[in-house]
Design a protein around this ligand. Sequence first.
Ligand code: PEP
Ligand code: MG
Length: 585
Amino acid sequence: MNFSSSDNRVQGIGVAPGVAWGPLVLLPGKIHSVPRRALSQGALDGEVTRFRGALEEAEREFRQQTIEFGGDLDEAERRIFDTHLHLYQDDVFREAIEKRIQDGKINAEAAILDEIQHLTGVLQGMDSLFRERQADIRDVGQRINRILLNQAQASLIGGTEPFILYARELLPSDTLTVDRTRLLGIVTELGGAASHVAILARAFDIPAVSGIRDLESRVRPGFTIAVDGTHGQVWLEPTAEQTDELEQARSRHLQERERWNVRASARARAEDEAGIRVLLNIENFEALRPEVLASIDGIGLYRTEFLFMGRDLFPSEEEQFEFYRGVVERIGDREVTFRIIDVGGDKPLSYLSIPKELNPSLGWRGIRLTFEWPDLLIPQLRALLRASRFGKVKIMLPMITTVEELRQAKELLSQLRDDLIKQGEDIPGLPPLGVMIEVPAAAMASEDLAAEADFLSIGTNDLGQYFFAVDRNNLQVARLYQPLHPAMLRLLKNVIDAADRQNTEVSVCGEMAGEAFPVLALMGLGLRRFSMSPSHVPEARWIMEMFQPDEAAALVNHLLDLKTEAEVRSLLQQAVQERSEASQS
Ligand code: PEP
Ligand code: MG
């Protein structure tokens, strides 16, 4: 148990910032055990039919709930729910359970449980990148079993009282049965910063802490629980004094956020003077708030794979062309960098069957996959070439490892342009073609890549994962993922300097590009183009307004020689603190 015995404060992992308190509600409706029955040979076909009926009903119920919540689902959720739909329709999954019923002569509930345990066990052993996929599998299994057991779906919809939710694990579809308008905060045992619970909590601006064990044994429903998602702490029945402190922390958080929102709504003058460009990473253009769109210099990473998800077939060239054209026309004279579909690894696509791999994140993903899948790559490139007539289209290649891959893509793009021209299309020129630096080998070959590419964009999420050999979703090793480690800074410097020497534009589009301390470090390393998720813009601009690039550079000079990430963080923190105190006084 991770409770401190002397006080009522519990340390967990903060996964979504903010402070809230209220009465505790335990997530109901979990099936903790299922009956296990031996069946006679004659009963097996009937049992398979019963299972198929429940599977169909589970898919129908799930679809219905997602439709009901449709307007509220954001891209991150859609991405998760696409995986669920895939499982409900997966013949291999269905047949494996049917085989367990037939071969084991057991009831459907037990067969499902066995198959779920088998699959999650395999994923655990294979590659922990799949930790979150295990939650999806358990989620789907729970739903089918609940239907088989005729249990009503427990729901936290209805009622009027706001509450703090505790669940050992919040499964993705649980969010469909919780009334978000009453949800003040979330506490879970399982789930790291990149887990479903974290993605959903951040999307809905709800403070959340995970890593809290045994809460049920310490409290009863209705107890007051306070959640500080910024510091990863939970209080059980906070005292009046603690509530005062929490109130202050809450208002500090709200004020800070308000300040950021105000900043985000106006394009910062300081940025222009320093030659800094703030770009966005997006998945869904429609979800962008107009004031955010108005305040940025363009789209630095459009994750086009989301256009391909949540459907049964590839979108056609024509459909893609209309879509890309719509985006570039609405963004006007600013740039849009479309990344070529990046699937494989941890990003499945239901209608693309990728053979099982022992190490998917080291396997057939990104450009490695699309080069061998012309049905996917060619219509997308043709659609982008055609859309480039209507605005500033840039094309970016994910997971590039070698210069040959870049050359192959360049050749293909130019060939496709010639074909289109022969077919009577008006294609002004070749749009800039850039590469993502996500693989350490590419980072070390960045000068060669910069010499032949039109731009580089450093994807620090994957680059960090491969550089430190750490899956960020694996809590066991997550502490070793250290984007501010001096070694990582030296690697980034290598790429930025190489691009500068070649006069090639370079940006960062990983999460680092929007977080306060990393933004300061990157500015100091000479970076001027930052592409970030919309929610990070205020935080990044806060730093960009406070520091001139040459001040950041002077600071970073000291960082490169340090030995640990903790030392780097503490120096950056000190600099930010001093500067923000000075600007407030
Ligand atoms: C990255 O890897 O840093 C990146 C931006 O790509 P994604 O997060 O989509 O993998
Ligand atoms: Mg990536």
